[in-house]
Design a protein around this ligand. Structure first.
Ligand code: NAI
Length: 329
């Protein structure tokens, strides 16, 4: 049976990169038919229809139907997976609070539509920024959707960290694993390599053992991953889109089909207090997935430096949550 996948903001740049990936099986595998539900706002209706025309023209064998609409109820009806890419971008001269306020009202309304019209057990991935806090608002206003079904995207940051290590060591990115992104999808995130490993001819080796340059690992590596979004904007004059779309596919694929044995990935999930991160935040943790459920990897040793960075990004998320609540008041 076809799986219904909602993409909001589908006429935008990530949407344009993401929908063909989904239709080709990059998200749910090469044997899973899909029906795409694409939502955007009325000013983008014509562009959205253009994307629908291109999907028809691409003749994807797995694509069993396309719903392109500006009606949030129609968009959410019966969806099994919801990728929330639509949102209000920060424009020049806008205060953080103004952007937050716009997104809080979008996510509040879309939460209600999903709660009332999505398929039971719908899995939600929030991509639009502020991703963690948008996901938290969505969770608050969709109380009947289980908290474990609402996540946000930090897989792009995770993949960026893998990419940096692979370039530095000149090894294939597929041989690097188990980096961690802790916290917020923002520049306070903490890319942690303390548990990361590389598969070499001589067996599995730790990244810290292979890259003896602590100065690079503790400095430039972290800031490069944190600032990569800004570097892409500087180079492309547009924010990351293909890598964001590809990472969204990775996030859902691993969640639904499972992570490979011995490998974890980073996902923004509802904190249960693991690693003393305050419960009630959507925070990025290392997770493994099996049978459609994620679980936070337990028992990793956390040193003092990591602790401080994990707490700093948690504090930023707590501040964002207060700001979001003040917009609701
Ligand atoms: P974009 O501006 O090209 O597209 C956004 C689309 O959302 C537009 O078509 C717009 O009309 C639509 N939209 C606005 N309000 C909407 C609403 N209420 N309902 C449905 N659609 C709505 O932006 P782009 O580049 O595609 O990025 C989308 C979001 O993803 C941004 O918030 C961006 O900051 C975020 N992002 C997140 C990343 C992550 O790793 N979590 C990485 C890259 C971007």
């Amino acid at each position: 049976m076809a799986v219904r996948v909602l993409v909001t903001g589908a006429a935008g740049q990530i949407g344009y990169a993401l929908v063909p990936m989904i239709a080709r099986g990059a998200m749910l595998g090469p044997n899973q038919p899909v029906i795409l539900h694409m939502l955007d706002i009325p000013p983008a209706a014509e562009a959205l229809n253009g994307v629908k025309m291109e999907l028809v023209d691409a003749a994807f064998p797995l694509l069993k139907g396309v719903v392109a609409t500006t009606d949030v109820v129609e968009a959410c009806s019966g969806v099994n997976i919801a990728i929330m890419v639509g949102g209000f971008p920060r424009k020049e001269g806008m205060e953080r609070k103004d952007v937050m306020s716009k997104n809080v009202s979008i996510y509040k309304a879309q939460a209600t539509a999903l709660e009332q019209h999505a398929a039971p057990n719908c899995k939600v991935l929030v991509v639009a920024n502020p991703a963690n806090t948008n996901a938290l608002i969505l969770k608050e206003f969709a109380p009947s959707i289980p908290a474990k079904n609402i996540t946000c995207l930090t897989r792009l940051d995770h993949n960026r960290a893998l990419g940096q290590i692979s370039e530095r060591l000149n090894v294939h990115v597929g041989d690097v694993k188990n980096v961690i992104i802790w916290g917020n999808h923002s520049s306070t995130q903490y890319p942690d390599v303390n548990h990361a490993t590389v598969t070499t001819k001589g067996g599995e080796k730790s990244v810290r053992e292979l890259i003896a340059d602590d100065k690079w690992l503790n400095g430039e590596f972290i800031t490069t991953v944190q600032q990569r979004g800004a570097a892409i904007i500087k180079a492309r004059k547009l924010s990351s889109a293909l890598s964001a779309a590809s990472s969204a596919c990775d996030h859902i694929r691993d969640w639904v089909l499972g992570t490979p044995k011995g490998t974890w990935v980073s996902m923004g999930v509802y904190s249960d207090g693991s690693y003393d991160i305050p419960p009630g935040l959507i925070y990025s943790f290392p997770v493994t997935c099996e049978k459609g459920e994620w679980s936070i990897v337990q028992g990793l040793k956390i040193d003092e430096v990591s602790r401080a960075k994990m707490d700093a990004t948690a504090n930023e998320l707590a501040e964002e949550r207060s700001l979001a609540y003040s917009c609701l008041a």
